[in-house]
Design a protein around this ligand. Structure first.
Ligand SMILES: Cc1ncc(COP(=O)(O)O)c(C=O)c1O
Length: 368
């Protein structure tokens, strides 16, 4: 029985292997291992692809969120609002930036940050809101901006899961002052290890980011402020450049695969398919359905050789690492309900209609 993984990175690796080998050889030949022309070129190309004025490459997506908050001037001890249903890294980065995570619930349909919940929680101590563009679609940024106003808390986007996504035709870091992204291998644009970046339209923020990622330095051995060692690795930039030129086609293939799932799942009453927020161009980082008896269904899929997953089984407020924040079960009912019902089905650009049919058949059987 063929195993169908949640994400299959092999096909992408084969497609770029020759180009990457040539690029690696060139870096090795020049022994130009830190920053250098590959990083600069990737930053320009990814900024252009995303429709942002500036891109600053950093070590990973968690650093990208932290450095974006720091570069935007979020003060130590201030409140930063974020959704309870995200990968732990969003909240972790807020703490590492010296701020306090303030969690809010998600909406029941799209599982994106609930703007009404933000409205109920925002106050004079709120320095920023970090909407998370979960599963490949942009959170409702216009309503969020209308709520916060131009002089209120800043919007700093967690765009780790949405490379290539748009809302009303615009990419991340158009409404927000900055957008942090991750190039973790399984992302739509994935490196061969750790990598991330911050997009911004603000030249001052970009300038600060370049200093912060490089030991707080703009000129060699001059360090007017404390910074970090979080530069985008040069060899990762080679990989990312080779994959970036294929990203639009990969996202289109993901959309076609999502449409196939939508059509096949329409006949199964117990499955709630994912919804796309009006105005969004989704890039389907994950195809997340909701099902009853989720854990049993997941186990049955695994038995049938289907690599389905859960993103994420425990919301941030119920994680041991955040027990000091004082939240408990019942605080964010939609995030908790989602955590018990969601199921990510295998989806990657190269998935075939036959593989998807096997997933749907196995799901249907598991639900009987
Ligand atoms: C929503 C979200 N935020 C932040 C991150 C952190 O990125 P990284 O793993 O590159 O640190 C990830 C991915 O892992 C993510 O999915």
């Amino acid at each position: 029985m063929e195993h169908i993984p949640l994400v299959d990175l092999k096909a992408q690796q084969v497609a770029v292997a020759d180009e990457v080998a040539v690029g690696f050889a060139s870096v090795l030949e020049r022994t130009a291992f830190v920053l250098g022309e590959e990083v600069g070129a990737f930053e320009r190309e990814f900024a252009e692809f995303s429709g942002a004025a500036h891109c600053v490459g950093v070590g990973n997506g968690t650093d990208a969120v932290e450095l974006a908050l720091r570069a935007a001037g979020i003060a130590e001890g201030s409140d930063v609002i974020l959704p309870a249903n995200t990968f732990i890294a969003t909240a972790e980065a807020v703490v590492r930036a010296g701020a306090k995570p303030v969690l809010v619930d998600c909406d029941p349909q799209y599982q994106l940050i609930d703007v009404d919940a933000v409205a109920a929680r925002v106050d004079a101590d709120t320095a920023a809101v970090v909407p998370v563009h979960l599963f490949g679609q942009i959170a409702p940024l216009e309503p969020l901006q209308s709520l916060l106003g131009s002089s209120g808390p800043l919007i700093i986007e967690d765009a780790a899961q949405c490379q290539g996504a748009t809302q009303a035709g615009a990419g991340p870091a158009t409404v927000g002052v900055a957008a942090a992204t991750s190039f973790y291998p399984g992302k739509n644009l994935g490196a061969y290890g750790e990598a991330g970046a911050v997009l911004t339209g603000d030249a001052d923020i970009a300038h600060r980011l370049r200093s912060l990622r490089n030991h707080g330095s703009e000129a060699k051995y001059e360090h007017p402020e404390l910074g970090f060692n979080s530069r985008l690795d040069t060899l990762q930039a080679v990989v990312l450049r080779a994959k970036l030129v294929r990203l639009a086609a990969g996202n289109e293939a993901r959309r076609a695969a999502a449409r196939r799932y939508d059509a096949s799942l329409a006949g199964i009453d117990e499955v709630i398919p994912p919804s796309t927020l009006p105005g969004n161009e989704h890039v389907w980082h994950l195809y997340v359905v909701r099902v009853p008896r989720r854990d049993a269904v997941l186990a049955a899929l695994h038995d049938a050789g289907i690599g389905a997953g859960i993103h994420y089984p425990i919301p941030v407020h119920l994680q041991g690492a955040f027990r000091d924040l004082g939240y408990g079960p019942g605080d964010f009912p939609e995030a908790e309900r989602a955590a018990s019902e969601i199921l990510s089905l295998p989806l990657f650009p190269e998935i075939t209609p036959e593989q998807q049919q096997r997933v749907v058949d196995a799901l249907e059987k598991a639900l009987v």
